[in-house]
Write a protein that binds this ligand. Sequence first.
Ligand SMILES: Cc1cc2nc3c(=O)[nH]c(=O)nc-3n(C[C@H](O)[C@H](O)[C@H](O)COP(=O)(O)OP(=O)(O)OC[C@H]3O[C@@H](n4cnc5c(N)ncnc54)[C@H](O)[C@@H]3O)c2cc1C
Length: 342
Amino acid sequence: MSETIKTDVLIVGAGPVGLFAVFELGLLDIKAHLVDILDKVGGQCAELYPEKPIYDIPGIPYITGHGLTDALMQQIKPFGATFHLNEMVTSLEKTGNPGFRVTTDGGKIFECKCVVVAAGGGSFQPKRPPINGIEPYEEKSVFYAVRKMENFRGKRLVIVGGGDSALDWTLNLAPIAKHLTLLHRRSEFRAAPDSVNKMTALASEGKIDFVLGQVTGLEGANGQLTAANVKRNDGSTFHITCDAMLPFFGLTMKLGPVANWGLKLDEDLIPVNTADFETSERGIFAIGDINTYPGKLKLILCGFHEVALMSQKAHRYVYPDKKLTFQYTTSSSSLQKKLGVN
Ligand SMILES: Cc1cc2nc3c(=O)[nH]c(=O)nc-3n(C[C@H](O)[C@H](O)[C@H](O)COP(=O)(O)OP(=O)(O)OC[C@H]3O[C@@H](n4cnc5c(N)ncnc54)[C@H](O)[C@@H]3O)c2cc1C
């Protein structure tokens, strides 16, 4: 376990709404740390539609998911928030009124006055391939993400899938693996054409094997794979001797650990008070796609509105003795100073 990190506010989720929370909280001198399961910021915008255009962000006629994420990162820069990526917030414990201790699966512990749940549709979780008996191998020799490439050096690998992740990891791991087989059930790919061309070139140079087929079973003991049984599209079968398998079948969103934090839930969403977006627990707020209230729309612009009102209430908890005066960024020299523009 690492040292406890103290902060005013801990934001769970670095999607567009969690990112904008840094801005509105920052204007009120409230410091934030953000935790996200993904290895990048931007939530659904970055993970599900980075290249797709969004047309309904006020004042911005057209911006891609990736572009919006970049713009938000630039906008919140003056506030120096700290990001903890690749980590899932697992538990939340009450220590004051309000006051919380929050822990992640990476062993980080935060102590904060308020928690802002900006967890969107919940945690992105890998889709499990339909292979009987895969569970005992998971996280031992079957991995749904590559956290450290070095772990695969010198190994015999089977990568399964035909999307960007499968192709990208095939290209990245081919030079360090002892042997690599890419297995895909169709000859069409859902990946960047350039990656597909590079993969095909590696296969024709004999540097990797590419097989059209599906894994039908696994062999091994105590979680350690020794071989995968494969059925080719022509019906023939064979074994691939391997040390690890990496299936990339896409991601689904599940509520995940948020369900265990003692908050009142309504069908996997967190009901909030629309005056301040506080949940059933004093000092815990829910903003963006994760919350529900009469008339709720799962739109980024609605999340941004929620952030502004939430921040006003969070200020009361972080600075109970300070009076908050409403100010505009256009005319307040003190806000402009915080933004570094004055
Ligand atoms: C294909 C598509 C197109 C869309 N187009 C539009 C559009 O045109 N206009 C529009 O307004 N909206 C659009 N949306 C919806 C929009 O993307 C969402 O409203 C927005 O992403 C919600 O932002 P958020 O920050 O609340 O949640 P998310 O973007 O879902 O981010 C939540 C983050 O929380 C993280 N997280 C969850 N649980 C934990 C945990 N326990 N610990 C750590 N991290 C956690 C997740 O990993 C995720 O990164 C679209 C959505 C999709 C899928």
